[in-house]
Each structure stands twice: as C-alpha cells, then as structure tokens.
Write a protein that binds this ligand. Structure first.
Ligand code: GS8
Length: 219
C-alpha cells in the first residue's frame, strides 16, 4: 500500500524538528506543510482539534499529535530501520523520563533566556546551565544518550542546539564554556545528515527571536 505521510509543522519549532529528524532517520518520504500559526489552516484545526498545535503527523489520513508521541509512533510503524527507542523496557522508561524532563524544564527555561529581562533573565541563564549540566551527567562518557547509537533522547534534545545562539546572544552567556561535553555531543549529532538537514540555521532562529522580542515590546 502506498503510504501517505504529511507533516504539519512550523520551521522554528523544536517540537517539529524532532519529528523531521525521526522521519529522516527512518528514510520516510513525506509532504511538509508549513503552518502559519497566526492563521491556522483548516487541516491543522481538523487534525488537532484539542490543542490546535503543530507538529501533527497525518499518516494515511489519521492524525498523531504531540511530538514525543509522534516520534514513538514513527519508531513503531517504521520498525525495520534505525531503532530509536531502546528495546529494554527499563531503558525505554528512562528515555521517556528524560524527554519529560526536557519538555518540562529545558524548553521553558530556554524561553525565559530571551523573553525576560533583568533578574528573571539572570535566573533563567543560571538555571539553563544547571539543566544542561544535569543532562551532561546523564550523558556521561557515552557518544549518545542511549549509548553507542543516536536515539530518542538525542532526537528530543538536539533541536535546542539551533536556538542556543539566540539564547546566548540575548542573555549574554556561553554554553560551550560551561558545558563542553554537551557541546561535543551536539556537534556529534549535527554531523548526522538526518539532524543537519532538519534543523534551521542558528542565525535564522536568532532573527526569528529578534522579531518575537520586538512583538513582545522587549526591544
Ligand atoms: C507542544 C507543541 C507546541 O507547543 C508537542 O508537540 O510536544 N507538547 C507539544 N507547538 C507550538 C509551536 S512550537 O512552540 C504551537 O503549535 N503553537 C500554536 C498555538 O499555541 O496556538
């Protein structure tokens, strides 16, 4: 049966990037549909009526929503190539724990490095580094979070790398100076075509953040 795979996405979305990387890892061909989040398409509203958010993967007409759920779905459907989740149930649970941590902590604090000022921004910067250090401990001396091969936690975390330049520029700090292991891991991931082709340029994200800051009256 010919597969129909459509991704509803928005280019700077770290959640969307996760799905792009997972599809690239599996070599799945798909139609990319860019959404205007200020004027959402009828298809997005129909496919994700609960949250009305991207990313949405529409597979043979059926929607799957929420990036971490979509990546798991992709891994289960296209299981013959590049396994993304560990096969051991305990390791799978651990991987899910860290993705939950990334979603609840890292993304929120990352946002505060550019959408706050003064003391709040100073605190966000410190907290961001602490979170990255926690993740570095988890990585240890392994090349990837799951061990020798690129997988679920790497896919979920690497999108933050293309936002780093914007965080660092606005909050005036350097992740590379404080977190060399994280930086080495990120550069290792960026060498993979599935990653480098799925992530926008750091400078383009910086420009997008500058526009958002203007819109929020921050500059
Ligand atoms: C978050 C998706 C999301 O926030 C996931 O997929 O993991 N938990 C979800 N999507 C945003 C764009 S990225 O910041 C979105 O679609 N926002 C539109 C809106 O809130 O109206």
């Amino acid at each position: 049966m010919a597969e129909e795979v459509i991704l509803l996405d928005f280019w700077p979305s770290m959640f969307g990037m996760r799905v792009r990387i997972a599809l690239a890892e599996k070599g799945v061909k798909y139609e990319y549909k860019e959404e205007d989040l200020k004027n959402k398409s009828p298809l997005l509203l129909q496919m994700n009526p609960i949250h009305k958010k991207i990313p949405v993967l529409v597979h043979n007409g059926k929607p799957v929503c929420e990036s971490s759920i979509i990546v798991q779905y992709i891994d289960e459907v296209w299981k013959d190539k590049a396994p993304l989740l560990p096969s051991d149930p305990y390791k799978r649970a651990q991987a899910r724990f860290w993705i939950d941590f990334i979603d609840k902590k890292l993304f929120d604090v990352g946002r505060k490095t550019w959408n706050t000022t003064g003391e709040a921004q100073e605190n966000a910067k410190k907290e961001f580094i602490e979170i990255i250090k926690t993740l570095e401990e988890q990585l240890g001396d392994k090349p990837y979070f799951g061990g020798e091969t690129f997988g679920y936690v790497d896919i979920s975390l690497i999108p933050v790398y293309c936002w780093l330049h914007a965080y660092e520029t606005h909050a005036k700090f350097s992740v590379e100076a404080d977190c060399p292991k994280f930086t080495a891991w990120a550069k290792r991931c960026m060498q993979k075509e599935s990653v480098s082709k799925s992530l926008p340029d750091q400078k383009k994200v910086l420009g997008f953040v500058a526009e958002l800051r203007k819109r929020f009256g921050l500059e």
